[in-house]
Design a protein around this ligand. Structure first.
Ligand code: AMP
Ligand code: MN
Ligand code: MN
Length: 353
């Protein structure tokens, strides 16, 4: 097996004291009565939602009242209730504290005094909400992607952080917001999601120390894990059967380290009565194939549009592949939006590998 040593890049620039001071000053300005808008990346995952909601709750504790959170395409049904189209909060996260602060994307403050965005490596991940980078009084970017394009005014971007929630906790502590159980639930979901439940190599001592601070507020890691990782409709179990059945192994691909991949169509989802979010964990069932370093899941989102997830065990930098194909991510976990047929998408990946 390939040895995997993913040490957080020592040369990667962390936020400086001046960056932190600028972010704190911007939030203190927001406390003076302005409007504050928090946005996380499109198709939000646990880190995007958890970081955003954890900070949103912290800002509420600071007395900020004109406070909204949202994400690209968020609809009126985003926080629960009736189904309101694809861009909604995925079911596993519907219980998160702070969801009451989420508004539909088209009702978000058009020119907030303060704008904060979470877990987005580039402005394009903010969809139409990226215009707030220009209209807002101040824009703070909280992120941990090495591929971050350094958009926005104030950069809290730490490529050595395991999750954006590490950066979020750093901001809350500098704002002297004490961790409570609600904030901790949000930040824990974010941390557990991006570390693969504390399995990945970026699970440093600092990550476990942060987890300890969060758990010390009285939250239940077992209950949270069950909700976000281990609960899925029965139809999704059957759907995984279909999709894993058609997985393909290409031992010679990627310069000989091997590629394993599969795809899921909108028809697969419809046949089993499932929503797209159930496919988020599919890559974890594919990437375990020992014969391949690189794994890939191609998920249909439109007639000729595919959300592509890629993982590497260490021999290949999949973020390089994803960036080359218009996406982004980390060395061992990355993604992009593919166009055309499944064959077009996998062909483009093979060529980049
Ligand atoms: P996923 O496979 O969806 O879990 O995503 C893995 C990583 O790739 C995450 O860090 C994402 O931020 C990044 N990523 C996924 N899709 C895209 C995309 N379309 N554009 C940029 N980055 C992406
Ligand atoms: Mn994310
Ligand atoms: Mn993240």
């Amino acid at each position: 097996m390939t040895s995997v040593v993913e040490v957080p890049a020592a040369e990667a620039a962390e936020p400086t004291a001046a960056d932190w001071a600028a972010a704190v000053a911007a939030v203190r300005g927001g406390q003076a009565g302005g409007t504050v808008l928090l946005v996380c990346h499109v198709n939000p995952d646990g880190d995007a939602l958890g970081s955003m909601l954890g900070v949103a709750l912290g800002l509420r504790r600071l007395g900020i009242t004109q406070l909204q959170a949202t994400f690209p395409g968020a609809t009126a049904g985003a926080t629960g209730g009736g189904y309101a189209g694809p861009p909604e909060v995925p079911e596993p996260f519907r219980w998160l504290p702070g969801l009451d602060l989420v508004v539909p994307a088209d009702s978000a403050y058009p020119a907030p005094d303060l704008f904060l965005c979470f877990d987005a490596a580039s402005a394009s991940r903010l969809g139409a909400l990226a215009d707030r980078l220009d209209t807002a009084g101040a824009a703070v970017v909280l992120d941990h992607h090495a591929s971050n394009t350094r958009f926005g005014g104030i950069h809290l971007v730490d490529p050595g952080a395991a999750a954006t929630s590490v950066v979020a906790e750093g901001l809350l502590s500098r704002l002297e917001v004490p961790l409570d159980a609600e904030i901790a639930q949000c930040l824990y979901v974010a941390l557990a999601t991006d570390t693969g439940s504390f399995r990945f190599d970026m699970t440093t001592p600092a990550v476990h120390e942060m987890a300890a601070r969060l758990i010390a507020t009285g939250i239940s890691p077992g209950e949270i894990s069950r909700r976000i990782f281990d609960t899925r409709p029965f139809g999704a179990v059957r759907l995984y059967g279909d999709v894993l059945q058609r997985a393909q192994l290409e031992p010679d691909a990627a310069g000989g380290v091997g590629l394993v991949w599969t795809y899921a169509t909108l028809d697969d989802l419809a046949r089993h009565g499932q929503k797209a979010y159930v496919l988020e964990a599919l890559i974890d069932s594919v990437r375990c194939a020992a014969e391949a370093d690189v794994s890939c899941v191609i998920k249909q989102v439109g007639p000729a549009e595919w959300a592509v997830s890629m993982r590497s065990k260490g021999a290949v930098d999949v973020s390089r592949v994803a960036v080359a194909l218009g996406g982004g991510g980390h060395r061992l976990a990355a993604g992009f939006t593919g166009r055309g047929t499944v064959d077009d998408v996998i062909g483009a990946i093979r060529a980049e590998l």
